[in-house]
Design a protein around this ligand. Structure first.
Ligand SMILES: C[S@@+](CC[C@H](N)C(=O)[O-])C[C@H]1O[C@@H](n2cnc3c(N)ncnc32)[C@H](O)[C@@H]1O
Length: 274
């Protein structure tokens, strides 16, 4: 499958991803579910669609040095130089829509995947989920994190603050397309994952301005990489104009309140309780 990524892969986009990582960590209060219990020596963790590798690099600081952390992305353009990675972190290239190589089958104790909303455009995460399950050990933990766009709401700091454009931006993302996010726990169960659990959290209002600035950076990224790139009659101008109007409302106290969702489940194994 061709790489038709709807967002960018330059330094501005990398900065957005890295900033977003710390916001997620602060909002969830963890990087990895406490259920993962990565305390044994020589455990293995994979991060799919790792982007800049920030999740793995941050996680590596809190794990025993024998833990092996391996990140994969269809593009290596956001990776730091290999020579500067901790010795237990490796970053490689893999298009997750392709069958995983046999060397990865059943390899990992934990597989993590985060923010694939723009990658899954047919409302069906099953092909990716199947590949993640293939590389998990029996009994291993899958952790999938996404924004639930269906649940997000517009709020204002004062009742009189303008919010019309912010609401338009919130509605711009066609929610039906992303329906799979809030049905992900059922999708996990239909793939026979056990111990499925869901954590849903809104960001603190004190952090919401930072989330909102990132949302506007994302809107402009989408306008350039997805709409302008298609060429006339498509153009990102309307989205850029909307982003400007939203920014004026944001400065007067409007914001989109996001819902962060983490779904975890275990790959079944013969001697694991269902
Ligand atoms: C929104 S970014 C999220 C990056 C990272 N997971 C994070 O949370 O910071 C989505 C990532 O998925 C990667 N990606 C897109 N299509 C992919 C594919 N088919 N296989 C593997 N990675 C893919 C992109 O290159 C990008 O780095």
């Amino acid at each position: 499958m061709a790489d038709e990524y709807a967002l960018g892969r330059g330094y501005a986009e990398a900065t957005r991803l890295n900033c977003q990582h710390y916001l997620w960590k602060q909002s969830l209060n963890y990087l990895i579910s406490p259920d993962a219990s990565l305390t044994e020596p020589n455990m293995k963790v994979a991060d799919i669609g790792t982007g800049t590798g920030i999740w793995l690099l941050d996680l590596a600081k809190s794990l025993p040095p024998s833990t092996q952390l391996e990140g994969f992305d269809v593009s290596s353009s956001g990776y730091p130089p290999e020579e500067w990675l901790p010795s237990n972190v490796k970053l490689g290239v893999w298009n997750v829509f392709d069958e995983p190589p046999e060397s990865l089958h059943g390899r990992y104790d934990v597989v993590h995947i985060r923010l694939f909303l723009v990658v899954i455009d047919d409302n069906d995460p099953s092909p990716i989920l199947r590949h993640c399950l293939k590389i998990l050990k029996p009994g291993g933990l899958l952790q999938w994190e996404e924004y639930d766009l269906h649940a997000r709401t517009v709020v204002t700091s004062r009742p009189s603050a303008p919010r019309e454009n912010t609401q338009r931006l919130a509605d711009f993302v066609k929610r039906d397309i992303h329906k799979w996010v809030y049905t992900l726990p059922e999708i996990f169960r239909s793939h026979e994952l056990t111990h499925v659990s869901v954590l849903r959290r809104n960001e603190d209002l004190s952090s919401s301005r930072i989330f909102m600035d990132l949302e506007l950076v994302l809107a402009e990224e989408f306008a350039t990489n997805s709409l302008d790139a298609k060429g006339p009659p498509e153009s990102g101008d309307e989205v850029r104009k909307l982003a400007k109007a939203v920014y004026a409302e944001v400065q007067q106290g409007a914001t989109i309140r996001h819902t962060l969702q983490v779904v975890t489940g275990r790959k079944p194994c013969a001697d694991f309780d269902k």
